[in-house]
Design a protein around this ligand. Structure first.
Ligand SMILES: [Zn+2]
Length: 155
């Protein structure tokens, strides 16, 4: 006749309510090559369109060494990622290893207070006259300016 103690009082080991402020999860971006964050999405499609255009304009003979483009400030393109994407979309094609030269046009800033106009790599700047918010304007051009083609294929 064992009158054991009620063993059922062992409460669950789970401590609900012990969740402190440390509940925010850190989201890993993964190793390089992962697709969690791809800075190239926008640039990639543009690089692809450019590559198509270059292939149409490239002469039948010779090797395209460099491609010069002009990009308006409004495009908001990152020349560095554009070049990376360029490599990616041209690899294994006749224009592989060509260099993409990006001429990124600056913003034109016009001050409504003093009437000054100047160009700037960034859109939001204060004017020297004290005007805090001069108006930025920029083009949205994306032009293929020139191709450098090497005709001397050493054979
Ligand atoms: Zn001003």
């Amino acid at each position: 006749m064992a009158s054991g103690r009620p063993d059922a009082s062992r409460h669950s080991a789970r401590e609900a309510g012990a969740i402190g402020p440390e509940t925010r999860r850190r989201v890993a971006l993964g190793p390089a090559g992962g697709h969690a964050y791809d800075p190239c999405v926008h640039e990639f499609s543009i690089a692809q369109a450019l590559a198509d255009q270059v292939r149409r304009h490239a002469p039948a003979t010779g090797r395209v060494r460099a491609v010069q483009i002009r990009v308006g400030a409004l495009r908001g393109l990152e020349p560095e990622s554009l070049r990376m994407c360029w490599e990616a979309v041209t690899i294994g094609t006749p224009i592989a290893e060509s260099v993409l030269r990006v001429d990124l046009r600056p913003w034109t800033i016009t001050c409504p207070t003093c009437g000054g106009t100047w160009s700037s790599p960034v859109p939001f700047v204060a004017c020297a006259c004290g005007e805090p918010a001069p108006a930025p304007s920029g083009g949205d051009e994306l032009d293929l300016v020139s191709l450098t083609v090497d005709d001397e294929e050493a054979q």
